[in-house]
Design a protein around this ligand. Structure first.
Ligand code: GLC
Ligand code: CA
Length: 548
C-alpha cells in the first residue's frame, strides 16, 4: 500500500508552528526542531503551507518566486535540512503549489504589465474596459473570493487584469502552454530536490470562460449574503473543463517520480463535487479534499449524509481523504461547539478524532488539532489577514485558526521568545503539548493511539466502510472490515453525537467484540454488550471484532 494511503498527513502553517530566532514568525529551523513531536504522534507526512518568497498579502499564497524560500522562513539549506531530517524519521514532505495565480510582484507579472505587447502579457488575463471615463467598468460582474470585483484596473496599459482572490494575486492564464510548462518546471525543481508531492491550491479555479460572460446571481437566501462572492453562482469564473486537461498533464509529470502524490483543494460546491478531480481514479489527482465533512453541522444525520456521498463519489480505484480543519476555516474544536460547555466541547473533539481516524481514507490533521486547539479570540487590531479584516466581526475569518502552536503553558506557549505575529490563544492551560504529552487520558494520547491503530490495522486502513444503522437519528454506527475471506480483526465504531445517553441495538455487537477505545476517559471499557450497548452522551466506542 502506498505511503499516502497508509499514513496520516499533518498540515503545518509555517508562520505559526515554531519560531527559532525570536522574530515572532515560525520558520523552517523551528519545524525541524519539532519533528520529534510529529514522529511521536505517528504521522507519516507533512504538508507545508507556502514557504516561497512572498509579499505576504495572503501569507504566502501570493508567490513572488517559485524556486526559493522566503527569508522569513530560512534558506534553501534550511529546507534541505528539514527534508532530510523528516525523511530520516519516515516523514514525507508535501509542498503547497499555487497554480491559479502569482503575486503581483512576481517577475512574470511585472513583465506582463509593462506593455500590451510584453512577451508575458498573455501569461495573465487582461480585458478592455466597457465604457470610458467615469463610466468605465470591468467586462463582467465576477467577484473576488475575498470581496469586490475580480478585476483590477492597470492604469499604465489601460486594461483590467483578473484576480480571483486579492488584487495582489493576478490569475495565471492556464490556456497558455508557456504557463503550463513554466509551472511544470517549478514542480520538477522541488521533485528533483526530493519532495514527496504537492498540495494544489484552489485547483478548481484554473479554468475560466474567457468569453467573460457574467455569472448569474444566486437565488433565495444566498442573494442577501454579506460576501459579494457568495451572492453569485460561479458558472463561468471557475470549474471549466480544461482544468482536467491541465491536471492530467501534471499527473504525467508526477508519475515520473515514484511514490509522489498530488492532493487538490477544490471548493465543496464545485459542480459534480470535488471528486471530479480524481478523473477516472488514475489520471488526475491522487487525493482531493472533501470540504463537505468539514462544513457539515455536528450531528449523526449530517455527518452520515456527507460520508455516504463521499464514499459514493470517489471513483475506484481512487482513494478518499478526510479533513476537519485547515488554515482557512474555523477550527473544528470551536466550530462544532458553539454555545456548548467546555466539557462538551472536549467530548466532541475526542469523538471527532475517533471518526476522522477510523473513516476510510487518508486523514489530514491541522497543526494543534491533536491537542484540541480552538480558534484564538482576537481583537480587530490583532488581525493580519485582509479577508478576515474585511468581514470582521460578522464572519469568523481565518486568523483565529492561525494562532501559534501551543507547546507549553508559558506566556508565548513555547512558540517564540519574541512577540508572536498573531497572539497566542487564551486557551485553558491544558491545551498544550507539554501538559498532554504524558497524560494517558489526554486528547494527544488519544490521537497517538488512534493513529498507531490505523497504521497497523489492515481493516482500518483498507477495509470497506459500511453504515450499520443508516436510520439512527443521533448515532453513527459503522463497520470497517476486509472481505470475510480475509481473517483479520474488523472494527465497529459506535458514536453517540447527542447530549443524552443512547442505547444502540445491533446484533453484530456480540459479547466476543471487545471495547478497544472509548472517547470518554472515565467510562468503563468492560461494559456489558450483547446485541446492544449503552453509549454515554457524546461518547464514541471502537469495538474490535475478532475474525470468525
Ligand atoms: C486557498 C488557500 C487560501 C488562499 C487561497 C488563495 O484557498 O487555502 O489560504 O488564500 O487559496 O491562494
Ligand atoms: Ca522566525
Amino acid at each position: 500500500m502506498t505511503w499516502w494511503r497508509r499514513e496520516v498527513i499533518y498540515q503545518i502553517y509555517p508562520w505559526s508552528f515554531q519560531d527559532s530566532n525570536g522574530d515572532g514568525i515560525g520558520d523552517l529551523a523551528g519545524i525541524t526542531a519539532r519533528l520529534d513531536h510529529l514522529r511521536a504522534l505517528g504521522i507519516g507526512g507533512i504538508w507545508l503551507s507556502p514557504i516561497y518568497p512572498s509579499p505576504m498579502h495572503d501569507f504566502g499564497y501570493d508567490v513572488s518566486e517559485h524556486c526559493a524560500i522566503d527569508p522569513r522562513f530560512g534558506t534553501l539549506e534550511d529546507f534541505d535540512r528539514l527534508l532530510q531530517e523528516s525523511h530520516r524519521r519516515g516523514i514525507r514532505v508535501l509542498m503547497d503549489l499555487v497554480l491559479n495565480h502569482t503575486s503581483d510582484q512576481h517577475p512574470w507579472f511585472l513583465e506582463a504589465r509593462v506593455s500590451r505587447d510584453s512577451a508575458k502579457r498573455d501569461w495573465y488575463y487582461w480585458a478592455d474596459p466597457v465604457g470610458r471615463g467615469w463610466r468605465r467598468r470591468p467586462p463582467n460582474n465576477w467577484q473576488a473570493v475575498f470581496g469586490g470585483s475580480a478585476w483590477a484596473w492597470d492604469a499604465a496599459t489601460e486594461q483590467y487584469y483578473l484576480h480571483s482572490f486579492l488584487k495582489e494575486q493576478p490569475d495565471l492564464n492556464w490556456r497558455n502552454p508557456e504557463v503550463q510548462s513554466a509551472m511544470e518546471q517549478v514542480a520538477r525543481f522541488w521533485l528533483d530536490r526530493e519532495v514527496d508531492g504537492f498540495r494544489l491550491d484552489a485547483i478548481n479555479w484554473i479554468g475560466k470562460d474567457v468569453q467573460w460572460p457574467s455569472n448569474p446571481s444566486a437565488a433565495g437566501r444566498d442573494r442577501f449574503r454579506m460576501r459579494s462572492y457568495l451572492r453569485q453562482l460561479h458558472q463561468h469564473d471557475r470549474d471549466q473543463p480544461e482544468t482536467h486537461e491541465a491536471l492530467r498533464a501534471l499527473r504525467k509529470i508526477i508519475d515520473q517520480y515514484p511514490e509522489t502524490v498530488l492532493v487538490g483543494e477544490a471548493s465543496a460546491d464545485t459542480p459534480g463535487g470535488p471528486a471530479a478531480f480524481y478523473g477516472d481514479g488514475t489520471d488526475e489527482l491522487h487525493l482531493v479534499f472533501n470540504f463537505r465533512l468539514l462544513k457539515a453541522r455536528w450531528g449523526a444525520e449530517s455527518f452520515r449524509q456527507v460520508i455516504d456521498e463521499w464514499e459514493r463519489a470517489v471513483p475506484s480505484p481512487g482513494w478518499p481523504t478526510q479533513v476537519l480543519s485547515n488554515h482557512d476555516q474555523s477550527r473544528h474544536a470551536t466550530r462544532h461547539s458553539r454555545g456548548v460547555s467546555e466539557r462538551q466541547r472536549d467530548r466532541r473533539a475526542r469523538m471527532a478524532a475517533l471518526l476522522l481516524l477510523t473513516l476510510r481514507g487518508t486523514p489530514f490533521l491541522y497543526y494543534g488539532e491533536e491537542i484540541g486547539m480552538c480558534d484564538g479570540r482576537l481583537r480587530y487590531r490583532d488581525l493580519r489577514d485582509p479577508y478576515t479584516k474585511r468581514y470582521w466581526p460578522f464572519s469568523p475569518g481565518r486568523d483565529p485558526a492561525r494562532t501559534p502552536m501551543q507547546w507549553d503553558a508559558t506566556p508565548q506557549a513555547g512558540f517564540t521568545t519574541g512577540r508572536p505575529w498573531l497572539p497566542v490563544s487564551a486557551d485553558p492551560d491544558r491545551i498544550n503539548v507539554a501538559a498532554q504529552c504524558d497524560d494517558p487520558d489526554s486528547l494527544l494520547t488519544l490521537y497517538r493511539r488512534l493513529i498507531h491503530l490505523r497504521r497497523t490495522s489492515p481493516a482500518l486502513l483498507d477495509g470497506e466502510y459500511e453504515d450499520l444503522l443508516p436510520e439512527h437519528p443521533t448515532c453513527l454506527v459503522y463497520r470497517r472490515a476486509l472481505p470475510a475471506a480475509v481473517p483479520v480483526d474488523a472494527w465497529i465504531i459506535a458514536a453517540n453525537l447527542s447530549p443524552r445517553p443512547q442505547f444502540v441495538e445491533l446484533k453484530l455487537i456480540t459479547p466476543t467484540c471487545r471495547v478497544h477505545v472509548s472517547t470518554d476517559p472515565l467510562a468503563p471499557l468492560d461494559r456489558p454488550h450483547d446485541g446492544a450497548v449503552l453509549l454515554q452522551p457524546e461518547e464514541a466506542l471502537l469495538f474490535r471484532v475478532p475474525p470468525e
